[in-house]
Design a protein around this ligand. Structure first.
Ligand SMILES: CC(C)(COP(=O)(O)OP(=O)(O)OC[C@H]1O[C@@H](n2cnc3c(N)ncnc32)[C@H](O)[C@@H]1OP(=O)(O)O)[C@@H](O)C(=O)NCCC(=O)NCCS
Length: 347
């Protein structure tokens, strides 16, 4: 209990002042105060246990050691710990609440590694609890840890983009850690209700067009969002298997979530890609599964970031190596733009 006492005396204002947090985070601090610390200690693994759990979460070197060595303690970093125990408690309370829209803000750069890894610490502490919830839902270890291991993939992406340890996609990983997203083979799926929350999709049918499509396409109808994590090839066979798994998985574990369609919003569904890439490429094969919803949003930045891991100041800064990279550059050089599209398929 003495560990706890040190943090209880802190107020949000004191934490903000000592950590020199910007005013934009005041709302977050105020929301954490009523959440309070968890009733028991934060189950933060340490030492070898931390390394093993981070390994299960897909974290690899050099970030693995960096994170395990940087784990904060209530004695050494009382203000950061005050934030951590409340943020952890909130993540824990959100488990199973798919619609929770809890704000998981990034901490300011001057906090260095501790700030950049803050949400990694939170998710590390919450991982066992999340895994136990999966188990209670009848979800097997493979799917559970495969899902949570997206954390490591995003830490690796942060390193590719910033050349250091950290995480800035905590909003995304927050979905996994409240049971709202599952890795099922090559693809990931999140159950949601059409046009009822943040999941969108970006474009959807309205009025007569929606009515004509019938049940399963209306605002509020259940659907599955499809996501493509970076990784190995997007082979048609792997995708077939994932879609089949998704149908079985959600009907079995979440029978109350009726759905007729899977939707996907991505640069990968930009039909302009098919004008450049061979029809046999995985990307074009993937596109062919989907019916495109009318509507486009130009998004060169997002597309370049997904493919090159950065947004170049000038196209001349890039050294394209693959067919896709060359195509991306050529299209923009010719005055074109890459677009986000939404597509759907029946499950
Ligand atoms: C989706 C993904 C797995 C497709 O890869 P793939 O299965 O190799 O795709 P294709 O077979 O259609 O590739 C066609 C060509 O584009 C290249 N290519 C595909 N994805 C690439 C990427 N992300 N970066 C660079 N080149 C890529 C391939 O190397 C190939 O070129 P090559 O013949 O010169 O080697 C890959 O793009 C990826 O990992 N993307 C990151 C995740 C992402 O963007 N998700 C969507 C978020 S909305």
């Amino acid at each position: 209990m003495p560990l706890r006492r040190g943090t209880v005396e802190l107020s949000p204002a004191t934490v903000a002042r000592r950590l020199e947090l910007p005013d934009q985070l005041t709302r977050w601090l105020d929301s954490l105060e009523p959440v309070g610390p968890p009733p028991d200690e934060v189950p933060m693994p340490r030492g070898q246990a931390a390394l093993e759990q981070l390994g299960r979460l897909g974290v690899v070197e050099p970030d693995l050691t960096a994170i395990a060595q940087a784990l904060p303690t209530p004695e050494q970093q009382p203000e950061l710990w005050w934030l951590l125990e409340r943020a952890y408690h909130q993540v824990r309370l959100d488990i199973g609440r798919w619609d929770a829209a809890t704000w998981l803000p990034s901490l300011p750069a001057h906090l260095g590694l501790l700030g950049r890894s803050f949400w990694v610490f939170v998710f590390l502490a919450a991982a066992e609890e999340m895994h136990a919830w999966h188990t209670r839902m009848g979800i097997g270890d493979d799917v559970s840890w495969d899902t949570l291991a997206d954390l490591g993939r995003h830490i690796a992406r942060f390193r590719r983009r910033n050349d250091t340890t950290g995480l800035d996609s905590q909003f995304w990983i927050g979905l996994h850690f409240r049971g709202a997203l599952y890795a099922l083979g090559r693809l990931q799926f999140n159950p949601y209700r059409l046009r009822m929350g943040m999941a969108g999709p970006l474009f959807w049918y309205e009025g007569a067009a929606a009515s004509a499509l019938g049940p399963g396409f209306q605002v509020g109808d259940g659907a599955l969002g499809v996501h493509i994590p970076a990784g190995g090839a997007l082979s048609p066979a792997a995708c077939d298997e994932s879609f089949a798994m998704a149908g079985r998985f959600f009907r079995r574990h979440f029978p109350a979530h009726d759905f007729a369609v899977a939707t996907c919003t991505s640069w990968l569904l930009d039909d302009q890609l098919a004008e450049y890439l061979r029809p046999t490429t995985n990307i074009v094969q993937f596109q062919k599964r989907f019916q495109l919803v009318p509507g486009v949003r130009e998004d060169d930045r997002g597309t370049f970031e997904f493919v090159f891991d950065r947004v170049p100041e000038s196209l001349d800064d890039l050294a394209p190596r693959t067919q896709l990279e060359r195509v991306l550059v050529r299209h923009v050089q010719a005055g074109g733009h890459w677009r986000l599209r939404t597509g759907w398929l029946r499950l």
